[in-house]
Design a protein around this ligand. Structure first.
Ligand SMILES: *Cc1c(COP(=O)(O)O)cnc(C)c1O
Length: 448
């Protein structure tokens, strides 16, 4: 049984198949262009879409809106230190704001960044600094059928080969993304985190943890990593983050808020000063950084709730429940399920579609047409230059949907699979110049 009740409700509008067909055509077959009122179950992202607790709402009323020296900033900084162990934070409006602050400070043109897998905004920020993002996933990470406990891990072996090639001086930053969003939300072990820390130290690079889903990752460590079964999620999270020199955090994920973020640092040396100055320039003064006082107040409470049992265990169990419902209906999914999302393998579901016709995006469009379910493609459409599989992500907003919604999603996905060869492929009509972010704004049309 869930350990919480809903105290506020948001009605879901009823749409017909004809309404959805028209909305999809208007949206250029890109679900980012859909109005949320036209969506029944919105699994586009788990980013900033969750439900806040009454404690968070209560904290918002106490938000201190002072430009400088806000008490709400102090609350957020204290939570970041207590929960994540970072003594210093540079606040930002959301994760990518924090990425801009940090990566702009540490990268120069021609550098290489190593990451277990770059999330799309991270990849774009590295590229925007004229540096090269290189993914170092472990073997089998992209295989949807290998069952392994930590498929999100970073391959130090792969990373060493890159360093041999480009030279250690060209690699100022090593990033570990926990959980590994671009690798089906798979977790990273503490053992691997220690190895990556040692490797970064060895090549004299700054070790950054992209900590957006640090609590979900800690839950998996507790469940799967020998020696951690008796430790609390809170203790595991603190240990894992302690190995990093810095973190990038999006409050929209495990901060349990709708907006917000920060860069976390253990000391206030040169990097802290560089980030602080960039933060003031791009985000706002160092005690708000793009957030209102009430945003920071809710974020401070959310960070603490994220590591309090049974929150994260229930969250991950809900994701597993959706995975099981899909598997029961023979919908091919990436195994094992991730911490925040289930990924449908569109290449397996729609084998008649060549990869050039974006089977993932075709599946996304069909999910919407069929049942008003909004998902996102994370395959060749979102990542034009990689060879990854065409996955469709069903991300669950935190503390929001119930079992009936999940059953509807599973039924809808099964209906799309049954439609099989009737599902047509897509082609791009227009796309933005910065192709790293093309899935947010490109327009498509069905292949004639
Ligand atoms: C969401 C996310 C970001 C960026 O955060 P935003 O708040 O969306 O700007 C960075 N890295 C990872 C792994 C993420 O999931």
């Amino acid at each position: 049984m869930r350990s919480h009740t809903a105290t506020m409700v948001d009605r879901i509008e009823d749409t017909s198949r004809a309404d959805r067909e028209a909305a999809l055509a208007d949206a250029g077959h890109n679900v980012f262009e859909l109005a949320s009122d036209d969506v029944a179950v919105d699994l586009l992202t788990d980013s900033g879409t969750g439900t806040m607790s009454n404690d968070q709402w209560a904290a918002m009323l106490q938000g201190d809106e002072a430009y400088a020296g806000s008490a709400s900033f102090d609350d957020l900084a204290a939570a970041a230190e207590d929960v994540m162990g970072f003594q210093h934070i540079i606040p930002a409006h959301q994760g990518r704001g924090a990425e801009n602050v940090l990566y702009g400070a540490v990268l120069s043109a021609g550098d290489t960044v190593l990451n277990n897998a770059h999330f799309d905004t991270t990849r774009a920020h590295v590229a925007a600094n004229d540096a090269t993002p290189v993914d170092c996933p472990v073997d089998g990470a992209r295989d949807p059928d290998t069952d392994a406990p930590f498929k999100g891990n970073f391959s130090v072996e792969r990373a060493r080969r890159v360093v041999d090639d480009v030279g250690a001086d060209a690699v100022p930053v090593v990033v570990l993304t926990i959980t590994n969003n671009s690798m089906a939300g798979q977790p990273v072990s503490i053992e691997n985190t220690r190895e990556v820390a040692a490797f970064a130290d060895d090549i004299d690079a700054t070790f950054v943890i992209d900590a957006c889903r640090f609590a979900e990752n800690a839950h998996f460590v507790q469940q799967r990593e020998p020696g951690y079964e008796h430790d609390s999620v809170a203790a595991i999270a603190r240990e894992q983050l302690s190995y990093a020199d810095a973190c990038v955090m999006s409050g929209k994920k495990d901060g349990l808020v709708n907006v917000g973020g920060f860069v976390g640092l253990h000391d206030d040396g040169r990097l802290h000063e560089q980030c602080r100055q960039r933060g003031i320039l791009y985000e706002g003064f160092s005690t708000y950084g793009g957030m209102s006082g009430r945003d920071m107040a809710a974020f401070a409470v959310g960070l603490r709730e994220a590591v309090e049992p049974p929150y994260v265990a229930e969250r991950v169990a809900q994701v597993q429940r959706l995975a099981d419902a899909l598997t029961d209906r023979d919908v091919p999914i990436y195994q094992p399920a991730g911490g925040h999302a289930v990924y449908i393998d569109a290449n397996a579901a729609l084998p008649h579609l060549p990869r050039e016709q974006f089977p993932g995006q075709a599946f996304v469009c069909e999910l919407y047409r069929e049942g008003g379910v909004r998902a996102v493609e994370l395959g060749r459409f979102a990542f034009p230059d990689t060879d990854r599989r065409d996955l469709v992500r069903l991300a669950l907003p935190r503390r929001t949907y119930g079992p009936d919604h999940l059953d509807h999603v599973a039924d809808t996905a099964a209906a799309v699979c049954e439609r099989g060869t009737d599902v047509t492929g897509l082609e791009i009509v227009s796309e933005p110049e910065l192709t790293e972010l093309r899935h947010f704004s490109a327009a498509l049309q069905p292949v004639a």
